[in-house]
Design a protein around this ligand. Structure first.
Ligand code: NDP
Length: 317
């Protein structure tokens, strides 16, 4: 048996074509949704993430504003940047790329973002709304996972779902979304005992630990749906060989580049799962798609057309 591959690129393209119609309607009404991305300093990974987000805005016709305060900026200076973006009429969504320099208090910065422009869904007000099952901006990665599950026709109601990882940006909101979709949810973390045994009871496994290929076939009940959120860069040849012994193409790519991107799920799991997301090309593309979707929602909500959206969102949750 071989698992159905849940192709994140195709689902992203579907979402983009729906968003294009919504954006066209907003443009016709004289509204161009705008996203401001705050990138503090020049961390190469942050640069790459922010430039992908800005490129997605360009592709969809959204306005984007790339704000680049110096790495030496103080918490007070960054609060001033966020407050200015909160005030700007042409900015619908604000994202502050993490991590921030060590001397800056990230909580203070995230709490300063106007909840109505909080397209990452990290503000405590939006976190609370998510927990209470009310309309909110949902963190992009778990929101993307829900799109994959829904659009692939995976039954969540009554399913046993195991979420591996309890971070604020992935694991916890993921668990809440699955719970609102009437799954029976177990949240696991680094202190969980017998993780493989717990995972084997699941109809749906979401792996979000940041542990390269840790989830091997013995963690998975045959036929289960496996969502691999992990994005791990493996640079050690022996580790790459452990994971990709049966994948000569991947090993060739590893030797050419000196590294390979690996999920939290071992590729052999594809022989036992019913459906699985690949890495790359699974959850990753959805994260930016949901950021775009949240920005368009923010533009509509700020202009008072939120009621229809809210009703729709509740119905889908
Ligand atoms: P964090 O490091 O914030 O959280 C990791 C979680 O996994 C923690 O709750 C930790 O437990 C748990 N964990 C770590 N090791 C184990 C273990 N051996 N057994 C069980 N649980 C474990 O990571 P994030 O949530 O930010 O990201 C998780 C992964 O998802 C990363 O690979 C990241 O790159 C990827 N990611 C991918 C995105 C995408 O777009 N595809 C977007 C965001 C993240 P504890 O709380 O006890 O420490």
């Amino acid at each position: 048996m071989s698992a159905a591959i849940l192709n994140g690129n195709l689902i992203r393209d579907q979402i983009y074509s729906e968003l294009r119609a919504e954006i066209a309607a907003l443009l016709a009404a004289g509204v161009r949704p705008g996203l401001a991305a705050v990138q503090v300093g020049d961390n190469p990974a942050s640069k790459l993430y922010v430039s992908s987000k800005i490129a997605a805005c360009g592709k969809l016709g959204l306005a984007s504003f790339h704000i680049t305060p110096a790495a030496s900026s103080t918490t007070t200076e960054l609060l001033a940047v966020v407050n200015e973006l909160n005030r700007r009429e042409d900015v619908d969504g604000i994202l502050v790329q993490m991590p921030l320099p060590a001397h800056v208090d990230p909580k203070k910065i995230l709490d300063a973002v106007n909840p109505a422009k909080d397209v990452d869904g990290f503000h405590p007000l939006n976190v609370g709304r998510l927990v209470a099952g009310r309309p909110s901006f949902v963190p992009c990665t778990p929101a993307g996972v829900m799109e994959i599950l829904r659009r692939s026709g995976i039954t969540m109601e009554g399913a046993n779902a195991v979420v591996m990882g309890r971070s604020d940006i992935v694991g916890k909101p993921m668990a809440m979304l699955l719970l609102h979709a009437n799954a029976t949810v177990t949240v696991c973390h680094s202190k969980t005992k017998n993780l493989a045994e717990v995972a084997r009871r699941a109809d749906i496994v979401v792996a979000a630990m940041g542990r390269a290929a840790m989830v091997t076939a013995d963690y998975i009940c045959p036929g289960a749906t496996v969502i691999d959120v992990g994005q791990n860069v493996v640079t050690d040849a022996a580790e790459a060989m452990r994971i990709f012994a049966n994948f000569p193409d991947k090993m060739a790519a590893f030797h050419a580049k000196g590294s390979v991107l690996v999920g939290d799920v071992h590729p052999d799991v594809a022989h036992i799962a019913g459906a699985i997301t690949p890495v790359p090309g699974g959850v990753g593309p959805l994260t930016i798609a949901m950021l775009m979707s949240n920005t368009v929602k923010a533009a509509r909500l700020r202009r008072g057309s939120g009621t229809a959206w809210a009703a729709q969102h509740v119905a889908r949750s």
